[in-house]
Each structure stands twice: as structure tokens, then as C-alpha cells.
Design a protein around this ligand. Structure first.
Ligand SMILES: [Zn+2]
Length: 494
């Protein structure tokens, strides 16, 4: 049984924005915890001007004179940490809703689209990377307020491969501006497709001028009922990587099988955008075979970024969990009207699609059994990398498929717990979601730490995230480009 994220059903989009300019702000007598330093800075003052951190100084040494008009936050008893970064999201669609359903329920959709950016902020995510987007789609996402800082990758899918296979022909050829074409002798291209526009070099040039900060490409032969999708040739991806690196863009590969991750290591991509879900199916849950270990050892040696995306598989299972929609945590991130709609037979459409692929009277139980090996392997592989110096990056792939069970913001909170269960320590989780993500996406000049000069994307929390992951649900204030947001005001159904 093979599983993968159905991102193709959600072809999304993106463009960057700096957000609203923040007011002058001073956070006083706070303990600063920042990933570049193992020290915690007790009783410090942090000043913010025009959305950027201007000073991080011991309160005892800070100038007593205040800037006129600056607001202050009393940080006594609190920790100041960098805003979190989710380096793998898809923001184009409302989770679990098709475009057609969205048009049929405009009120539910409006409430959902307004809440979703807040839900990421509610769980501390001030920066999101949409891995398959376009400037138009990101402009739509950015029309809400408040909204996390959002950047995007261009999706360089092989023509007719994953995830283009989910789009109908011939629209698919115009819907993926950055698709790659590998012309073959004697095989005509679809009308209107000019191979010169779809070489690795041309695709990278177009992405770069559209404002993408990264490249997402794919190695996926299929899952569910699909097994024979075309995959790119190694030389195509090597050229893509060369062109991307020349343009300053890191390359992420959708790769969740042993074959795909090996392909990524062989072609020099920077980040593997999933855990190792699919490998030797005869292994026991949690067993790492020598073949899998040798892939993981190469991941460590090459310091390739690795996004475990463990919660994705649980989100698939939760479609069949009858208690999921009444979980009070869900009511913190989604409008009541949307949750109620998910419970209708119309809202259960994707559950029905998944169930139809699974033989037997109890598809939920069969799915859980089928996923146990993949989940066990993915968790064991994550723990192995954590123990051996792998470069773990925090990415959730929210919502990963048209499922409602990987909800925005909450999914990240759940992923944090999956990582902890897999043996990733609190300091490693903290670093993965801040500085490691910033470095991997080449944003570390701007975000990822609490340092003068960086954008003031910060969280005030009640405990130290390097001590306990509980800190991520003890957020008091979310500071977005210097703008202070009370966490309570970000919740749904408040
Ligand atoms: Zn994805």
C-alpha cells in the first residue's frame, strides 16, 4: 500500500509581502531564547522600530529614555522567541473543499478564508512557505489581515507527471506555468506547449522573475489507484538544480519513497519534502532496514534538509475518526460553520474517495493497519536523523490532501508532538522551526532568530520551548513585523 500527499488536488499559489509596517515597540525584562545561542538572555529589553528589531540589550544597560509613541510590553516571567516558520504548506484551497463547493457555500468559504491565516498565527507561525504557488494565488492569500509573512516556491512538475495528473487535459498545460518538458523524438507535444519555455533554465528564470524564493519538484510514480506516472530523468533535475542554484534558489523534492529519496540524493536537491513513508514493505513497523539506513546516512552526510511530515499520515486516518470534528482544539482554528459543513455528507466527499480505494467493510481500520508500517518507519527514520545529526526542517504539508483532518495551525501543533514522540528533542524542534528553516530557505538574513536587524516576528510565551514543547500552546502574544497580536483574538469562534 502506498501513500503520499495529494498536493496535486490543491494546486495552490504565492507571492511575498512584508506585511504592515509595525509600530515602535519595546519588550522589557524578558528572557530571550534564540536558536543561534545556547544561552538564555535573562532580563533583557528588545526594541523594535519599523517592523525590525533594533536592539537586544540587558535591561540593566538599556537607556532609560523611551522613544515617544513607543508601546511597551512587560516581559517579566515570559520568554521571547522567534516566530515559527512552516516550510511546507499549501494555501490555495480551503482544506476539504473543492472550488465548486466553495462557490456553492460563499458564506462558509468567506469565514474560512478569513480565519485560516489567523489559525497559523494562533499557533505561532509568522512565516509560511507555500511550495506550489503563483503570484496571483499569493496575492489572494495576502488580501486577508492579519496574515503571516508568506513566500512561495514554483512547482516544477514534469509534464503529465505528479501532481499535474490530477488536473484535466488540456487545462493542465496552462495551469502549471513552471512545468518541465522532456521532449522525446517522435512524440508530439500537446498543442500550445513550447518546449523552449519549459526547459529547466527557462522555468527557473520565470520563477525567479515572478518572485519565487525556491523550487519544488517531484518524484512520484503514484499512489492509491495510480502507479505509472512519468518521473523526471536525473539529468533534467540536475540541470534544474544547477539553474536554481545559479539563481540563488534552493530546490525541494517531493520524495516519500526509498527510490525517490535516493533520486534526490543522486541529483543534488537541497531538501527532501517528506519523510520516508514508502520503502521495504516487508519490514516491521519501526524497523529500519540496512537499505533505509544507508539512505538516511547519505541524508546526514550530504546535510540535505529533511521534512518528516509525520502528521500527514495521521490526518488521513483521522478522516475515519468519528470524534475528530468535535475535538475542541478544532474549534480554535476553524469557524463553526465550516466544521458543521465537514460533518455533512457533502463535506465527507474526500473520506468517501479514500474509502472507495480500500476494500473491506471497515476502511478506517484497514487504513490504520495499512499505515502502521509507514508511520512506524517514518517515525523511526526521523528519530534516527535526530540522533545522528540530520538536518531536520519543520514542515507540515498542511493540508496535504483535500482532507479536513490536517487543519491549519493545529496541524503544526500536532506535528510538533509527533516529532517529540519520534525522539526529536525540544531544542531540535525549536531549531527546525526557526533557524534551520530560515537557513534552508535562505531567509536567515531576515528571520529565524531574535537579533538586531531581523524582522520583528516574535512570540511571547510562558515557558521555554527548549525545555518543553508545551510552550507552543502557551503563547501570550504573537508579534508580526512589530505588530502585537493578542493570541486570544486570533482564535476562531472567540
Ligand atoms: Zn506538499
Amino acid at each position: 500500500m502506498r501513500f503520499a500527499a495529494l498536493s496535486g488536488l490543491l494546486i495552490a499559489s504565492a507571492l511575498q509581502s512584508e506585511g504592515a509596517a509595525g509600530q515602535d515597540l519595546r519588550i522589557e525584562h524578558v528572557t530571550v531564547v534564540s536558536p543561534e545561542s545556547t544561552r538564555e538572555l535573562r532580563d533583557f529589553n528588545v526594541s523594535v522600530h519599523d517592523g525590525r528589531i533594533t536592539a537586544v540589550v540587558a535591561a540593566a544597560k538599556d537607556a532609560p529614555v523611551r522613544q515617544a509613541g513607543a508601546s511597551t510590553l512587560d516581559g517579566r516571567g515570559l520568554y521571547l522567541v522567534p516566530g515559527l516558520i512552516d516550510s511546507h504548506v499549501h494555501l490555495g484551497s480551503i482544506p476539504g473543499m473543492t472550488d465548486e463547493q466553495e462557490r456553492a457555500h460563499p458564506d462558509i468559504a468567506r469565514a474560512a478564508r478569513d480565519q485560516i491565516p489567523r489559525s497559523y498565527l494562533y499557533f505561532g507561525f509568522t512565516t509560511l512557505i507555500d511550495l506550489i504557488s503563483t503570484p496571483d494565488e499569493i496575492a489572494r492569500w495576502k488580501s486577508h489581515d492579519p496574515v503571516p509573512d508568506t513566500r512561495f516556491c514554483g512547482g516544477a512538475a514534469l509534464m503529465d507527471g505528479y501532481p499535474m495528473n490530477y488536473l484535466p487535459k488540456p487545462q493542465r498545460y496552462t495551469g502549471m506555468p513552471y512545468m518541465l518538458v522532456e521532449p522525446q523524438d517522435g512524440v508530439p507535444l500537446p498543442p500550445g506547449v513550447d518546449p523552449a519555455v519549459h526547459t529547466p533554465q527557462a522555468v527557473i528564470a520565470r520563477m525567479k522573475s515572478d518572485g519565487a524564493i525556491c523550487v519544488k519538484t517531484f518524484f512520484e510514480r503514484g499512489f492509491g489507484g495510480v502507479h505509472d506516472l512519468p518521473v523526471p530523468k536525473p539529468e533534467t533535475i540536475r540541470s534544474l538544480v544547477r539553474a536554481a542554484h545559479a539563481a540563488g534558489l534552493p530546490v525541494l523534492l517531493h520524495a516519500n519513497s526509498a527510490e525517490a529519496q535516493t533520486f534526490g540524493l543522486d541529483t543534488g536537491v537541497d531538501i527532501l519534502a517528506h519523510g520516508l513513508w514508502n520503502a521495504d514493505e516487508t519490514a516491521a513497523p519501526g524497523e529500519l532496514t540496512p537499505a533505509v539506513k544507508s539512505i538516511l546516512d547519505r541524508v546526514v552526510t550530504a546535510q540535505v534538509g529533511w521534512q518528516p511530515t509525520l502528521q500527514v499520515l495521521y490526518g488521513l486516518q483521522d478522516l475515519f475518526n468519528s470524534g475528530f470534528l468535535s475535538d475542541p482544539m478544532l474549534a480554535r482554528v476553524l469557524p463553526r460553520s465550516l466544521i458543521d459543513w465537514y460533518g455533512t455528507s457533502e463535506g465527507q466527499w474526500f473520506r468517501a474517495v479514500v474509502a472507495a480505494d480500500i476494500p473491506g467493510a471497515d476502511p478506517g481500520a484497514a487504513l490504520r493497519r495499512g499505515l502502521a508500517v509507514g508511520i512506524g518507519r517514518a517515525a523511526a527514520a526521523t528519530g534516527y536523523l535526530a540522533k545522528h545529526g540530520g538536518r531536520l526542517l519543520f514542515g507540515t504539508d498542511t493540508p496535504s490532501a483535500p482532507t479536513y483532518a490536517n487543519p491549519p495551525g493545529l496541524n503544526a501543533w500536532l506535528e510538533i508532538h509527533r516529532l517529540a514522540e519520534a525522539g526529536v528533542t525540544p531544542p531540535q524542534i525549536f531549531e527546525a522551526a526557526t533557524l534551520s528553516n530560515a537557513r534552508a530557505l535562505r531567509l536567515d538574513h531576515d528571520i529565524g532568530t531574535v537579533e538586531a536587524g531581523k524582522r520583528a516576528n516574535l512570540l511571547l510565551v510562558r515557558s521555554d520551548p527548549r525545555q518543553t514543547v508545551q510552550a507552543y500552546d502557551e503563547i501570550v502574544k504573537v508579534i508580526l513585523g512589530g505588530r502585537v497580536l493578542d493570541r486570544k483574538t486570533l482564535a476562531a469562534n472567540r
